[in-house]
Ligand binder design. Structure first.
Ligand SMILES: *[C@@H]1O[C@H](CO)[C@@H](O)[C@H](O)[C@H]1NC(C)=O
Ligand SMILES: *[C@@H]1O[C@H](CO)[C@@H](O)[C@H](O)[C@H]1NC(C)=O
Ligand SMILES: *[C@@H]1O[C@H](CO)[C@@H](O)[C@H](O)[C@H]1NC(C)=O
Ligand SMILES: *[C@@H]1O[C@H](CO)[C@@H](O)[C@H](O)[C@H]1NC(C)=O
Ligand SMILES: *[C@@H]1O[C@H](CO)[C@@H](O)[C@H](O)[C@H]1NC(C)=O
Ligand SMILES: *[C@@H]1O[C@H](CO)[C@@H](O)[C@H](O)[C@H]1NC(C)=O
Length: 495
């Protein structure tokens, strides 16, 4: 091959490339978002919705937009509301790349009367309400064909139609939705609504933000369940500050609910059994009216978006067990201590020293760690030695607060941290432990004190019977260094 042919060949190649580029330019000129939708058979249903709506058409022809596009097969599976404004819920008036969506928690759409679209992210996927964005077919950008210069558009393909909550309501809150659904055929909500009203908890369902609401339907209530649905139970139906649609929510993972009061803690998780979705509640801390344990409630209608989050309708209320418990006879702390033969020494010491007047306090809740009689056995010499200081010693066992502290709550909230209890005799440092058998201990000084009987609830407080008093070697100098409000120190260990 001589040099001449080389030049000829390169020339030929060069011409061919230029020619192909010219063809490519005319044939493969990138389609606009409007063309993408209207010329691709996969989107003919969406296209027809767009063509029929002058607002949607104008948005996609002239403005900044993002279109969430379900394919025909997705529309064919959909049997919800199919009004002309459905298409508005699939179009926003800003151009949003996947990255920008990823950074948002919600998006506004052309449908002013529908809630925002809530964004979730899990395992690198992005969900819009309950619809998953199909990444490989998304992030398509163009300029509007209307010729406006600084306008940009994005197209993302999704695997579910975005369904609005109700055509009768204008961007409803959870409360407005429940109020309007009292006569709904599938998910009537009269009982739950009445209970919310009785307990004056409406504002929980009306406040701004993004929460998850579980709403038990009427047939899930009988007289017993209705009566047992108190403030804690209702609060146990709300996951605050998280909008959990069913597809993007990880299964068997516990979320904290609003039922996080002085001695009740209810968690919920999404679980699947035999292909059906259930909400599992776990009453981690309970009392005689709120039995500890797990229960399941089946999801009847999921994923209704609202202005302040998402609503899921469930078959029966969470946190209430079918077994009816005998009501527990609550006593005042003083009566419990004086009446229990096993607590006689503590009672007598308190009576003689004048300490017992604290037990009659009715302005705060008492959390009283009571050494049982056996607990004092090894300390008789010590007791004689400290003489008049018995009241001070007993005071180290008593916390006054606006809540009762169950052992579970103390343990759960503090894990293995050192906490300062602000007792009536000043601050003491302890560590709360729980062993594999669920037995609580209190590490005081160098001794791990077993909690013999936790959580005896009284009208004005709670009693924990312990196996040794809070006395450590060389004691009776109360440290007084870390002066912290008891509840505040607990707050430091919140999640
Ligand atoms: C669009 O309008 C035409 C004519 O009114 C109608 O036949 C068609 O069903 C409409 N398409 C949709 C998706 O609503
Ligand atoms: C139509 O859209 C689908 C989904 O994005 C895509 O996979 C397909 O290649 C498109 N078809 C044509 C002819 O552009
Ligand atoms: C459209 O989006 C561009 C950025 O992509 C922005 O600069 C422009 O201001 C937007 N126009 C309107 C009317 O929002
Ligand atoms: C609630 O829904 C019904 C339809 O079931 C509707 O007729 C009514 O106007 C709605 N109520 C409100 C307050 O929007
Ligand atoms: C309680 O202790 C006091 C004083 O030691 C004693 O007199 C009384 O009998 C004891 N009561 C009981 C029920 O053990
Ligand atoms: C009392 O002290 C003895 C010896 O130190 C110890 O073995 C025992 O466990 C202690 N009893 C209690 C109730 O603390």
């Amino acid at each position: 091959m001589n040099s001449r042919t080389v030049i000829n060949n390169s020339l030929l190649l060069c011409v061919t490339v230029l020619y192909l580029c010219a063809i490519a330019d005319s044939v493969y000129k990138p389609k606009t978002v409007f063309q993408k939708i209207t010329t691709n058979k996969s989107f003919s249903i969406l296209s027809s919705l767009v063509q029929n709506s002058s607002l949607a058409r104008r948005a996609i022809l002239y403005w900044n937009t993002t279109v969430f596009a379900p394919k025909n097969e997705v529309f064919e599976k959909f049997n919800g509301y199919f009004g002309s404004d459905l298409v508005y819920y699939h179009i926003t008036n800003e151009e949003k790349s996947l990255t920008k969506i990823f950074e948002s928690s919600y998006l506004h759409t052309l449908a002013d009367t529908f809630p925002p679209l809530w964004v979730s992210k899990i395992d690198g996927n992005i969900y819009i309400n309950n619809a998953k964005i199909i990444m490989e077919e998304s992030n398509y950008f163009s300029r509007p064909p209307g010729g406006y210069y600084n306008f940009n558009q994005a197209l993302h393909v999704i695997d579910e139609v975005l369904e609005p909550p109700s055509i009768y309501l204008n961007n409803p809150t959870a409360l407005e939705l429940i109020t309007n659904f009292t006569k709904d055929q599938l998910v009537p909500t009269t009982q739950y609504l009445n209970r919310i009203d009785d307990l004056k908890l409406s504002k929980l369902f009306n406040k701004n933000g993004g929460d998850t609401f579980f709403v038990p339907v009427d047939r899930g209530f009988d007289v017993y369940r209705y009566r047992m649905s108190d403030k804690y139970i209702i609060e146990g139906h709300i996951v605050p500050n998280q909008v959990l649609f069913t597809k993007p929510t990880i299964r068997n993972f516990y979320f904290e609910t609003r039922a996080d009061g002085d001695y009740i803690l209810i968690l919920v998780s999404f679980v699947e059994r035999n292909g059906k979705l259930y909400i599992r509640s776990n009453t981690v801390m309970g009392d005689s009216n709120h039995q500890k344990g797990e229960m399941l409630s089946r999801v009847i209608k999921a994923n209704v978006p609202v202005k302040n989050g998402v609503v899921h309708f469930i078959e029966k209320p969470l946190g209430i067990f079918d077994m009816q418990l005998k009501p527990f006879p609550y006593l005042p702390v003083i009566d419990k201590v004086s009446g229990d033969p096993d607590l006689n020494i503590t009672y007598e010491l308190g009576k003689i020293s004048g300490f017992n007047k604290h037990l009659q306090n009715t302005h705060s809740f008492l959390t009283f760690f009571v050494p049982r009689d056996k607990a004092w056995k090894n300390f008789t010499v010590f007791l004689e030695k400290i003489g008049k200081d018995h009241a001070k010693l007993l005071g180290k066992h008593l916390v006054l607060s606006d809540v009762r502290y169950t052992m579970e709550k103390l343990w759960y909230r503090t894990f293995d941290q050192l906490i300062t209890l602000n007792t009536v005799s000043g601050p003491i440092d302890v560590r709360i432990t729980k062993d594999n058998n669920g037995v609580y201990g209190i590490l005081y000084g160098h001794r791990l004190i077993k909690v013999f009987r936790p959580d005896y609830i009284c009208t004005n407080g709670i009693i924990h019977v312990i196996d040794e008093p809070f006395i450590s070697s060389g004691d009776e100098k109360l440290s007084g260094k870390v002066k912290m409000e008891f509840w505040k120190s607990l707050g430091d260990f919140l999640f």
